[in-house]
Ligand binder design. Structure first.
Ligand code: FAQ
Length: 316
């Protein structure tokens, strides 16, 4: 069945749960969808280093600093796996960065909010990585081979990140009244944007239809959001944090938590460039991208020399 060049045989492969590999036939829409999603995912990992990077020098202990440093380095690595996975679809790293800088490519809404104090580092690890991992565990079974394999590696590291954040929240909730208030305040600010990370409701998500048909998405935005809510509410209760949603309640009939209305107006403003930190995040990325140009040049020159040397060995 492999490599038959038409959309019907492609869909048969998808229905049979086969992985699609870079040289296999794929419909143009499938390729485009993946380039958009994987590059946005990669940009999110890299831009996501900024709110936390800001706290490396102010971590409250050497232990906390080492853990945070390792976590942020992991995020950079995740970005690299994902850029490489997207490159297998025929887009270059330069094009993807250019699309990020021009605003054509998005990155996750969540990284446009500020990390104001140490409790925010706990909330990011616990809620943001916690939401990311629910989505990424599902994406391990995505139909595109390189994306799926990148997700398997990423999930191993992401579960450590979630625990790092939850540990900070646990410590603060066992601390002074002021620390408890800081943790609750961080929870109040990060909860709703974390729910938005899963994207619009299924009924308002233009890409879900194709994504589910092609098994790029194995579960819908709402299904994943619900999974995240169900497991996180219990973790919050365990340490005495209150979920900032007066409509949140256990629904014994369907075995899930019902939640209040998400502010989609805020979501669309943020993803369309009008969040609290959009400008700052992009300017920072552009500045350091420019400053790193000599590194890229040197690395490319080194690579070219190596290729020439290897060719020389082969032909002599
Ligand atoms: N933010 O039709 P759908 C992390 C856009 S990794 C911004 O539902 P789709 C690790 C969407 O692009 C976090 N935009 O779209 C970490 C589309 O607009 P477009 C990143 C969003 O693609 C932790 C429009 O809305 N993870 O955090 C968002 O089928 C800590 C309509 O939406 C991923 O990217 C959003 N949240 O589903 C790092 C996971 N949601 O492109 C550092 C992979 C939707 O047409 C520190 N991505 N939009 O202009 C996905 O699973 C999917 O792309 C969704 C969106 C679920 C995000």
């Amino acid at each position: 069945m492999k490599n038959l060049h038409n959309d019907e045989s492609f869909q048969k492969r998808i229905d049979a749960n086969e992985h699609v590999e870079p040289r296999d036939y794929m419909p143009e829409g499938y390729r485009k969808h993946l380039i958009r999603q994987i590059s946005q995912h990669a940009h999110s990992e890299v831009i996501g280093m900024q709110p936390e990077g800001n706290w490396i020098t102010r971590a409250p202990s050497l232990r906390a600093k080492q853990i945070l440093l390792a976590k942020i380095q992991d995020e950079g690595g995740h970005g690299l796996y994902l850029y490489s996975a997207a490159e297998t679809l025929g887009v270059s790293r330069e094009e993807m960065i250019e699309q990020l800088h021009s605003g054509k490519a998005k990155y996750s809404n969540i990284f446009n909010y500020p990390a104001l104090n140490w409790a925010d580092i706990g909330a990011i690890g616990w809620l943001v990585d916690g939401a990311a991992i629910v989505n990424q565990v599902s994406l391990q079974r995505t139909s595109y081979g390189p994306y799926s394999r990148a997700m398997i590696r990423i999930c191993k590291e992401e579960s450590f990140h979630q625990r790092q954040g939850y540990e900070i929240m646990c410590k603060m909730m066992a601390g002074t009244l002021e620390q408890k208030q800081m943790a609750q305040d961080a929870m109040n600010r990060w909860w709703w944007p974390a729910l938005m990370m899963f994207g619009p409701h299924d009924s308002d998500s233009p890409h879900t239809g194709d994504a589910v048909k092609w098994k790029i998405k194995r579960e819908s935005n709402d299904t994943l959001r619900q999974k995240f809510i169900d497991k996180t509410v219990q973790q919050a209760e365990l340490i005495g944090l209150v979920i900032p949603d007066k409509d949140l309640k256990w629904n014994a009939q369907n075995g899930h938590y019902d939640h209040g209305t998400i502010n989609w107006e805020e979501f669309f403003e943020v993803i369309n460039g009008k969040g609290p930190c959009n400008k700052q995040r992009l300017e920072h990325h552009k500045k350091y991208h420019l400053e790193g140009e000599w590194v890229r040049e040197a690395a490319t020159a080194h690579k070219m020399k190596k290729i020439k040397r290897e060719r020389h060995h082969l032909t002599h």
